[in-house]
Design a protein around this ligand. Structure first.
Ligand SMILES: Nc1ncnc2c1ncn2[C@@H]1O[C@H](COP(=O)(O)OP(=O)(O)O)[C@@H](O)[C@H]1O
Ligand SMILES: [Mg+2]
Length: 406
């Protein structure tokens, strides 16, 4: 029997728990033409939620387009991606794609080819070289509106990991996009992002082109009762007995974080599938397995932190969540030197995606990293004895953003 707890990929349908209210609200907003900014740290289930919403819209004959900006490193990539994701699915054949493009961007000559696997490929790389990326992009951005007009149907376009545009001449792209999008009467946009500080900069600063362009839509952990029902159902369907108390234990630990809950349940299921019953010791055993699996990665993260950052991480791990990070009591308890040292460490660790904060408190984003620090770094004495702080190799902005992905 296959493990019913899936993580590290998009989950839909039966593998997707709850989010009913979010789905309902998103459908309502998008259908009424409201642009949306969906945000949360990574692994809270944005992409999965979006795909589930798009699946409903598709059934209602609304044209949907999903453009993932992750991995797009140049405007030229972005141009090709927009064309590929909008025109190809809507038009279907090489001839229809060519006809549509000819009727609308007659000054551009995209390369259209049939790939060996039967899919269609389009590239405007040569045009970008000849005419300049901005000029080509400015025209290509109208593709969704042109298609919506041709098909006489409304259209919803998603840009996932939208903050990635900051890696490619961000501000100019923002200006170009904003100036095109505001003319698109038949297209509604959903922007999703995981890097809070970048998303805040793009959508939250008065001077930026996207200021107030979309309705903020934060997503959080899955409510306890709904996740408990989901976990119970998944174990039951695969004929493994689980005590409701263990489910409570799981959710106490993960707080309903979608990815970590699935990851932990996945391991518990693996252990329990041998006896068809979750035993009392399996919970702790599963956590141990996960810490072991990620041990190398956590060690690398730790090794690259400066001493003041390690001290803060250590302190957060001991406390789980900290409201008053700048209080004298907290600073003295964990030998954090001063409020300005804490501020600098927070700034860095947040940008790197290692710590997060909600309306109330700061905490380590990865609950298993939190557990690993508690487990391995057992006293502030050990902090100072830990391996000397390694200098990071010089890295590009892009690499920095990726480093803490796992
Ligand atoms: N509604 C959900 N129900 C159950 N698991 C979920 C749900 N949403 C997300 N997950 C879990 O979280 C993981 C990450 O989801 P994903 O949609 O990729 O998040 P994001 O786009 O925010 O990084 C999924 O692989 C899945 O294990
Ligand atoms: Mg995603």
């Amino acid at each position: 029997m296959t493990n019913p707890f899936k993580y590290g990929r998009i989950v839909t349908g039966e593998d997707f728990a709850d989010r009913e209210k979010e789905i309902e609200q998103l459908l309502k907003d998008l259908k009424s033409g409201q642009n949306i900014l969906l945000y949360s740290p990574r692994r809270y289930g944005k992409t999965s939620l979006i795909i589930n919403v798009l699946n409903v819209l598709l059934k209602e004959k609304i044209i949907t387009v999903f453009i993932d900006l992750y991995g797009c490193i140049s405007i030229s990539d972005l141009v090709d991606k927009i064309i590929e994701e909008t025109v190809i699915p809507a038009q279907g054949t090489v001839q229809k794609v060519a006809d549509f493009l000819k009727g609308w961007i007659s000054n551009l000559r995209p390369e259209i080819a049939l790939n060996p696997d039967g899919s269609i490929g389009i590239s405007l790389k040569k045009e970008v070289q000849a005419l300049g990326a901005e000029k080509v992009l400015s025209q290509i951005l109208d593709a969704p509106q042109k298609l919506a007009e041709t098909k006489k149907r409304p259209m919803i376009v998603v840009f996932d990991e939208f903050q990635e545009i900051s890696n490619m001449d961000g501000l100019n792209i923002e200006k170009t996009m904003r100036s095109r999008f505001q003319n698109h009467k038949n297209v509604t946009y959903l922007f999703a992002g995981s890097r809070k500080h970048l998303i805040d900069e793009i959508f939250g600063q008065e001077k930026r082109p996207f200021y107030k362009f979309a309705k903020p839509f934060p997503i959080e952990n899955i409510p306890r009762r709904d996740f408990a029902k989901f976990i119970h159902r998944k174990f039951k369907e695969t004929k493994i007995l689980i005590d409701p108390k263990t489910i409570e234990l799981i959710l106490d630990f993960t707080k309903g974080h979608p990815y970590f809950t699935q990851e932990l349940c996945h391991e518990i299921w693996n252990i329990a599938s041998e006896t068809n019953e979750v035993k009392a010791a399996d919970f702790a055993e599963a956590i141990k397995t996960i810490l072991y699996q990620h041990g190398d990665y956590f060690t690398r993260v730790w090794d690259y932190l400066a001493l003041s950052q390690r001290k803060l991480i250590f302190a957060l791990a001991q406390e789980n969540k900290v409201i008053s990070v700048y209080s004298t009591v907290f600073i003295e308890k964990y030998d954090l030197t001063s409020a300005s040292h804490v501020e600098k460490a927070i700034d860095y660790l947040e940008k790197e995606g290692i710590i997060e904060h909600d309306a109330e408190a700061y905490y380590i984003g990865d609950i298993f990293l939190n557990e690993w620090v508690k487990d391995k770094i057992c006293s502030s004495n050990a902090l100072n004895k830990a391996s000397p702080v390694k200098r990071r190799p010089r890295s590009t902005k892009k690499q920095k953003l990726r480093r803490h992905s796992r």
